[in-house]
Design a binder for this molecule. Structure first.
Ligand code: ADE
Length: 243
């Protein structure tokens, strides 16, 4: 899979050289290219922004600079998908990450200031290109770079071969079960007077599975009632319903 990230702060994306995503890049599973938006400016000052029409605070990123950058990295690849991180977007979830991980080419356009001139998304949509404006949560960052890091990591770890043991992707929070993950423990079995739940030492796999599912249900109900409300009742068993 290829991902192009365009930003005025390409150094922000240096963290993508580390850890699993860095390894995926080096092994060729992920072709990640980071670009400096200013390479597509045409003036001596390498200007990327200007004042907003209609007035108001802050600056808006110019559509001509972004258009040149996106034309260059998106090219005429019909599979290319333009992703614009923005606090005014639809919320990015594990479902987006899963869908993106099946794609061949994403272009992530990181805005700064008050955002990118709205005609950029409009133009690529009108041209029949896929465009997603996505927020990573209900708070405002200074730009799209941190959101791009989040999205690339969430997508990158789902690419086949990136996570060593694919089973570790099965029981995660936000996975197929629609629940948060159960609490996990490792050695030592007693620490600061706290012992691990005895069932985890029992070797009784059915009991452990039941205990984990109960804890996942409890935790989800306490922390994310919205996720419990969205559960498919047909997928619950009679033990689940006791809780
Ligand atoms: N840019 C600024 N805030 C953002 C957010 N919450 N999500 C995505 N992009 C952003």
């Amino acid at each position: 899979m290829r991902i192009d990230v365009v930003s005025i702060f390409p150094d922000y994306l240096a963290a993508l050289d580390l850890s699993l995503v860095g390894k995926a890049r080096r092994s060729g599973l992920l072709d990640l290219r980071v670009h400096d938006l200013r390479d597509w400016t045409a003036d001596r000052h390498r200007t990327v922004d200007d004042t907003p029409f209609g007035g108001g605070a802050g600056m808006v990123m110019r559509p001509d600079v972004w258009g040149a950058a996106i034309d260059s990295v998106l090219g005429d690849d019909p599979e290319g998908h333009l992703v614009i991180p923005t606090p005014s977007g639809e919320v990015f979830t594990q479902r987006h990450a899963e869908a993106f991980a099946t794609e061949t080419h994403l272009v992530v356009a990181c805005g700064r200031y008050e955002g990118i001139d709205a005609r950029v998304a409009e133009r690529y949509r009108a041209a029949g290109r896929r465009v997603s404006e996505l927020s990573i949560g209900d708070y405002v960052l200074n730009g799209g770079e941190v959101a791009a890091l989040v999205m690339v990591e969430a997508v990158g770890r789902l690419l086949p071969g990136v996570v060593g043991n694919p089973e570790s992707l099965v029981e995660e929070s936000h996975g197929a079960a629609g629940l948060l993950e159960y609490p996990v423990y490792t050695k030592p079995p007693a620490w600061e007077g706290l012992e691990i739940p005895e069932v985890l030492l029992s070797g009784h796999h059915a009991k452990i599975d039941r205990w984990r599912r109960d804890r996942a249900l409890e935790r989800t109900a306490a922390r994310r009632p919205d996720m419990v409300a969205a559960l498919d009742v047909a997928g619950l068993d009679k033990h689940d319903l006791r809780l």
